[in-house]
Write a protein that binds this ligand. Structure first.
Ligand SMILES: NC(=O)c1ccc[n+]([C@@H]2O[C@H](COP(=O)([O-])OP(=O)(O)OC[C@H]3O[C@@H](n4cnc5c(N)ncnc54)[C@H](OP(=O)(O)O)[C@@H]3O)[C@@H](O)[C@H]2O)c1
Length: 269
């Protein structure tokens, strides 16, 4: 669909400046949504706005910089959107921090940062968007297949994503009959940043088979919105992996994951 042919209302996209966020920006623009974009960096947002506006000149694009781990920044973001009188038709919670290490390698600050960005901020934006919704609102929360099972050495990420999936599913039920629809998206690996690309390559054939491009994940997510799906694991091989490992004893799964992930350590980007 061409952006100029049918306007859909405003889509609020968090983490808009990242790999998957940017894919959502272009996919939603293509489908005719006006855009409210947020990320931490004013400069990245300015460049993204210019790039998107050059392609979709008919769309209204607003940008607001905010660190979603900060309650004050979230309040300023919400105040800005309210001041500008924007009502939200689609919320896509993309922002996330994939810090990966054992618990004892974390500082207290990093624990707060990751749990706030991955879970608390997403819950908070849901509350804000519901209060400021257009006639109808669809919420898309970007979780992860990493949230399906507990993951030693990726435990906080995995727990926050599991919590986000659980929250989305429950909220969907709470919102029944209220014009609010909620979809949790569980992608596997996506080649977004360079370190993620290297990690996928390092996983050999399996890594390459299971990885999906950010564009295809954004498209699958918006197709899931159109069908009002509750939860979607993206990609054939990720679905196969989920079903085929479900019968394994938990202790085996934990040992396998611990062996694999204990070799990797990365901080926030
Ligand atoms: N890539 C994968 O393999 C993969 C797999 C499954 C799920 N996911 C999930 O998909 C989402 C996007 O991943 P990605 O690979 O596109 O990551 P990315 O390229 O690193 O982008 C992350 C985005 O989140 C924003 N962000 C990070 N911390 C923030 C904070 N404190 N406040 C506000 N915004 C913040 C970043 O904005 P600024 O840097 O501009 O602040 C950026 O726009 C994440 O939720 C991730 O957990 C990713």
């Amino acid at each position: 669909m061409n952006a100029t042919s049918e306007k859909k209302g405003y889509a609020l996209i968090t983490g808009a400046t990242g790999g998957l966020g940017k894919a959502f920006v272009f996919e939603t623009a293509e489908r005719g949504y006006d855009l409210i974009l947020t990320g931490r960096s004013e400069e990245k947002l300015r460049v993204l706005k210019a790039e998107t506006q050059a392609k979709y000149s008919a769309l209204d694009i607003r940008v607001y910089a905010a660190d979603l781990s900060s309650l004050d920044d979230r309040k300023s973001l919400y105040a800005g959107i309210e001041r500008d009188g924007l009502k939200i038709s689609l919320l896509v919670n993309v922002a996330g921090a994939d810090i990966q290490k054992g618990l004892m390698e974390y500082t207290q600050e990093k624990i707060a940062f990751q749990t706030r960005v991955n879970f608390e901020a997403a819950v908070s934006t849901c509350r804000f968007a519901i209060e400021n919704k257009a006639k109808k609102l669809h919420i898309v929360n970007i979780s992860s297949v990493s949230g399906i099972y507990p993951m030693p050495y990726f435990a906080i990420y995995s727990a926050t994503k599991g919590a986000l999936t659980s929250f989305s599913t429950a909220l969907r039920e709470e919102m029944k009959g209220k014009g609010v629809f909620v979809t949790a998206i569980l992608p596997g690996a996506m080649p977004t940043r360079e370190d993620v690309k290297e990690q996928i390559q390092g996983q050999g054939l399996w890594g390459r088979l299971a990885a999906k491009s950010p564009q295809s994940v954004a498209r699958a997510s918006l197709n899931a919105v159109a069908k009002n799906k509750r939860k979607v694991v993206v990609g054939f091989w990720n679905k196969v992996m989920r079903v085929s490992t479900a019968w394994l004893p938990t202790s085996w799964r934990l040992r396998f994951i611990a062996k694999r992930w204990s070799k990797i350590s990365k901080d926030a980007f």
